[in-house]
Ligand binder design. Structure first.
Ligand SMILES: [Zn+2]
Length: 103
């Protein structure tokens, strides 16, 4: 299994070609848009911010999902910071995709 237990090993993972390829695929799948901003009706693309690819189940806790494209999502830098700095910010990530629709 992938070793992501230390900062160094995670840095190594993030610089691996496997990760870079997968990351690119995820960005394309998400049309280069931040998913959280999109949930709020905002469009944030690579021209508005820096887009990052986040592990939904965190890398440290689920190393076996490190390269699972379904465990990845595109977030802008701001949303990604909100997630990892944990400002008690609980976005609607548990909601199903269409819960925001009201028709
Ligand atoms: Zn965002």
């Amino acid at each position: 299994m992938l070793d992501v237990s230390t900062k160094q090993s995670r840095a190594k993972f993030y610089s691996s070609s496997e990760w870079k390829i997968l990351r690119q695929q995820r960005l394309e799948l998400d049309h280069y848009e931040c998913l959280w901003c999109k949930n709020e009706g905002k469009l944030t693309t690579q021209y508005d911010s820096i887009l990052e690819v986040d592990h939904i189940k965190e890398l440290e806790d689920y190393p076996e999902l490190a390269l699972d494209i379904d465990n990845l999502r595109t977030l802008c830098k701001d949303c990604h910071n909100k997630r990892h700095k944990r400002f008690n910010y609980r976005p609607s990530e548990k909601k199903k995709r269409w819960d925001d629709e009201w028709w």
